[in-house]
Design a protein around this ligand. Sequence first.
Ligand SMILES: [Ca+2]
Ligand SMILES: [Ca+2]
Length: 371
Amino acid sequence: MYQQRLTKQFAYLAFALVLFSSVSSCKNEDQKKSSEPKTEAKAEPTSKIETPEGMVWVEEKTFLQGAKDTDNYAMPREKPAHWVTVDGFFMDITEVTNKQFKAFVEATNYITIAEREIDWEEMKKELPPNTPKPHDSILQPGSLIFNKDVNAVVNMENYGQWWTWKTGANWRHPDGPESTIEGKDDYPVVHVAYQDALAYCEWANRRLPTEAEWESAAQGKNTNTIFTWGNDAAKLDANANTWQGVFPTKNESQDGFEFISPVKSYPPNSIGLYDMAGNVWEITSDFFSVKYYSELDTSKPIVNPKGAATHFNPNNPYQVEHVMKGGSFLCHASYCASFRISAKMGVSVDSGSDHMGFRTVATPDMLSSKE
Ligand SMILES: [Ca+2]
Ligand SMILES: [Ca+2]
């Protein structure tokens, strides 16, 4: 029944199918060793531009993008790993917060997609042909939220068991109309779609990171590690807000938070970036294509890659999807293990949820042209 409800849930169906297939196929995959190119990282920004408040400079460097040799959870779309060189840039040290997003909305009167009336004629273009129109009572502004009351699941393929379309859920009301963000200025904004994030960026003179920029930043001072803190999986709970126990029915919260956490609740990575792993997923500018890496020429480092030429996801062919990174407070090793640097999923341009947000980047050119 959930398959006939809303376009955003189709995105998550694809997402669940991809996850399920990857969980069952991620073991015993053999990956060619990658030999590290000899390149020197630049120690200082090439720009004289002062670092904007709330950002850090991510140095130019050459690093291994994609699944690492020792990563047993890596999915086919994360392979092969390949060396890339990415120019330096500034990045937000945290996910964009409610306080920051509120400033944007107050300045612009922007209305997010989750707050807008739903146009069925537009929506059905993103659905399989002949999808029946849902009842008008369902076609109301809203967003997807995690069902915190789920206590049993029949099979992990049916994500509809733990996702719920919530009328009235949006960035101001993350759990539905009765909820608020009062007192949550320092929580990451959620229920923002890719298009909403672009609007914020335009106002703030920022842009979304490419996937390669995001991985460069997540690596920090490293070049070839699975996690933002290194390669030790046992350090997960101390470094990221994810899910412990049994997903999605029992969260034992050993990391201190059952659901979303304020930004900076965990230690930063080696260059001062918080919550790159976990808490909320982060949207990037790259199209999501499951075959992108497999078609690259990896014989030499790729310079400033900007992702696939177009989106490609056989499980979700009717929607334009972008890559999101880092996983969320819902990520568990048994299900997607998306707290790994190379992990990624696709999200359609008009879909938000209560476990996805974004952070922004800026280049010296962008900042100097603003002056
Ligand atoms: Ca947690
Ligand atoms: Ca995050």
